[in-house]
Design a protein. Structure first.
Ligand code: IPM
Ligand code: MG
Length: 370
């Protein structure tokens, strides 16, 4: 039987609650489908800091490196606001991305028909929305050096962050965007700030050259990132695939999340390059929402982004396409039935907590899998 090694990092805040619902789906798939998932679990973020004084322990890093896929919940919370910068909760996530070389972050923003009214935009603008943001994840200002605060000695300090991109980094992320576009509507919009940033000039050149070289069948458009943000809320359905750098991708994906009704709906996959020998890629799957400390522990968090992240894991790490389709369909069906967590609640719908939402999705998934 195939063994599929999953390393679970539930993290902080609502992370563990959301992960609990995925665990039930894994158990069902092992029992009913012989899926062969073998799970191990570690600590990341504030919970790792409390236990080990680090945002992730070396032992857990090794397990993440060895796993077929990592499922990640969320990190952070006010409890750790004052811990040293190097060991702040987010450092655990950033180290995972960097050490696993997860350069391609796929953030699909899909507006389920049943949720068109939950969006802050008019329903007709978001109904049927299906865009994919491809965010570069291991470069740019997140990791560029120098990254410092220096005392200038005159009562002033100077903070420096550095935006750096090399050609190969832009080539490989644009290749992912073009490849993904070919499986969708075959359109890519690249976003940068070439009018202000040298890294934007190079980004634009390399995306253009990669397109000309290997992907001229795909329709390519360029937009300045600020204008892109404006277009995302003005007419989001004009986009198919958006490719952009680490920082713009962070911001634009939060904007895109709200188009779909709630931050609680958006899954993501962070992928490395395929291994030369095995063809396997390192991968981490996480909901785009954060740890939501304000609602943690109350059993009201929306587990959909976490469950949809697991669906992406089935699709991208294990090629379990039917199962992934069914799990995504199960989410859509539950929403169609008017079952809602508080963040996506609507008039006349049935308000449920995390566990009830998870169970409703599992029941639907079982029915679809039968
Ligand atoms: C995200 C988050 C992270 C990021 C934080 C938690 C470091 O906002 O995944 O979008 O900025 O990348
Ligand atoms: Mg973010």
């Amino acid at each position: 039987m195939t063994t599929r090694n999953l390393f679970l990092l539930p993290g902080d805040g609502i992370g563990p609650e959301a992960m609990g619902e995925v665990r039930k789906i894994i158990a069902y798939m092992n029992e009913a489908m012989n899926a062969g998932f073998v799970t191990d679990e570690g600590l990341v973020g504030g919970s790792a800091y409390d236990a080990h004084g680090a945002a992730i322990s070396e032992a857990d890093m090794q397990k993440a490196l060895a796993a077929d896929a990592v499922l990640f919940g969320a990190v952070g919370g006010p409890k750790w606001d004052d811990v040293p910068y190097e060991v702040r909760p987010e450092a655990g996530l950033l180290r995972l991305r960097k050490d696993l070389e997860l350069f391609a972050n796929l953030r699909p923003a899909i507006c389920y028909p049943a949720l068109a009214n939950a969006s802050s935009l008019k329903p007709e603008l978001v109904e049927g929305l299906d865009i994919l943001i491809i965010r570069e994840l291991t470069g740019g200002v997140y990791f560029g050096e120098p990254k410092t605060i220096t005392d200038l000695g005159n009562g002033q300090k100077r903070a420096i962050d550095t935006q750096v991109y090399d050609t190969y980094e832009i080539e490989r992320i644009s290749a992912v965007a073009f490849e993904m576009a070919r499986t969708r509507q075959n359109r890519v919009c690249s976003m940068e700030k070439r009018n202000v940033m040298k890294s934007g000039v190079l980004w634009n050149q390399v995306v253009t050259a990669t397109h000309k070289d290997k992907y001229s069948d795909v329709k390519l458009e360029h937009m300045l990132a600020d204008a892109g943000g404006m277009q995302l809320v003005r007419a989001p359905k004009q986009f198919d695939v958006i490719v952009t750098d680490n920082l713009f991708g962070d911001m634009l994906s939060d904007v895109a999340a709200m188009l779909t009704g709630s931050l609680g709906m958006l899954p993501s996959a962070s992928l490395g390059a395929p291994d030369g020998k095995t063809g396997k890629r390192k991968a981490l799957y996480e909901p785009v929402h954060g740890s939501a400390p304000d609602i943690a522990g109350q059993g009201i968090a929306n587990p959909i982004a976490m469950i949809a992240s697991f669906a992406m894991c089935l699709r991208y790490s294990f090629g379990m396409v039917t199962e992934a389709d069914n799990l995504e369909k199960a989410i859509a069906n539950v929403l169609d039935k008017g079952i809602r967590t508080a963040d996506i609640m609507a008039d006349g719908a049935k308000k449920v907590g995390t566990v009830e939402m998870g169970e409703a999705i599992l029941t639907e998934f079982k029915a679809l899998s039968a």
